[in-house]
Design a protein around this ligand. Structure first.
Ligand SMILES: *[C@@H]1O[C@H](CO)[C@@H](O)[C@H](O)[C@H]1NC(C)=O
Ligand SMILES: *[C@@H]1O[C@H](CO)[C@@H](O)[C@H](O)[C@H]1NC(C)=O
Length: 234
């Protein structure tokens, strides 16, 4: 028997292990060792950059539609704006959790494949809609996702990718993403925070001009305040 950890809030979730017939009490270690989310273009970011946090579900059409204009805006601002992507697999999208877990696995196996794989999920999203997969078992959806995802990550990683779906740690990472998003009060996707503050209109994509309207004043405010400081006589 696994040791039962009854300590306090760790006690969030009880599940039946399907392979064995005993009940495991899953102790979740929170906070996680690493801040949740995937940094876009990591390495090319000004530490003072304006931070956009996007909360996406890889099989949500509105998340999909919001990505091209956001990407365009990120290209426009370059290192002045950084993006951290958080995942919120929505419970009414049957394959959201598996797709989110695939992104975590991709990030672990080949970090630079994370965003390309997300774009691939967006491009072929219909394959993983509820109606499309209604007659499929969970196992066959996972197999489909593995086959779908490995070309982006590296074909030679196919068996590692498959094995990672049986590794409890990738499940925990995906749970942490869910918990992180929920703890920030996010209940729909896409949702955006800018420098820690929520933008209104959860669930509706912003267009490119919408992003410019939000970010332009912040970029110039930052620049102006630096100038003001330089011209202040002490
Ligand atoms: C990692 O993923 C990127 C993006 O899909 C790809 O270009 C690169 O070849 C992959 N790396 C390896 C070692 O396969
Ligand atoms: C699912 O199975 C039902 C009953 O066999 C069938 O009518 C339906 O077309 C199937 N749906 C898909 C998407 O395969």
């Amino acid at each position: 028997m696994e040791k039962l950890n009854l300590s306090a809030l760790a006690f969030l979730c009880i599940f039946l292990s399907s392979s064995r017939n005993w009940i495991t009490i899953q102790a979740q270690s929170l906070p996680p060792a690493k801040f949740d989310g995937f940094l876009y273009r990591s390495g090319r970011v000004d530490p003072d950059a304006i931070l956009i946090e996007a909360f996406y579900d890889p099989v949500c059409p509105d998340s999909r539609d919001s990505w091209p204009p956001l990407k365009l805006a990120l290209d426009h601002y370059g290192p002045r704006v950084s993006l951290r992507l958080h995942l919120l697999p929505l419970p009414y999208h049957d394959n959201a959790y598996v797709a989110s877990r695939a992104l975590h696995i991709a990030n672990l196996l080949n970090a630079s494949s994370t965003f390309p794989l997300m774009e691939q999920f967006f491009k072929y999203q219909e394959k993983f809609y509820n109606d499309q997969t209604i007659n499929l078992s969970k196992a066959s959806v996972v197999k489909q996702v593995v086959d779908f995802a490995t070309p982006a990550v590296g074909n030679f990683l196919h068996s590692e990718f498959k094995t990672a779906f049986n590794d409890r740690r990738t499940d925990l990472k995906t749970r942490v993403s869910f918990k992180f998003s929920a703890s920030r009060g996010v209940y729909g996707t896409p949702a955006f925070y800018v420098n820690g503050f929520a933008l209104p209109d959860v669930g509706s994509p912003l267009d490119y001009n919408g992003w410019r309207k939000i970010i332009d004043p912040l970029v110039s405010a930052k620049f102006d305040s630096r100038l003001d400081l330089l011209h202040t006589k002490f």
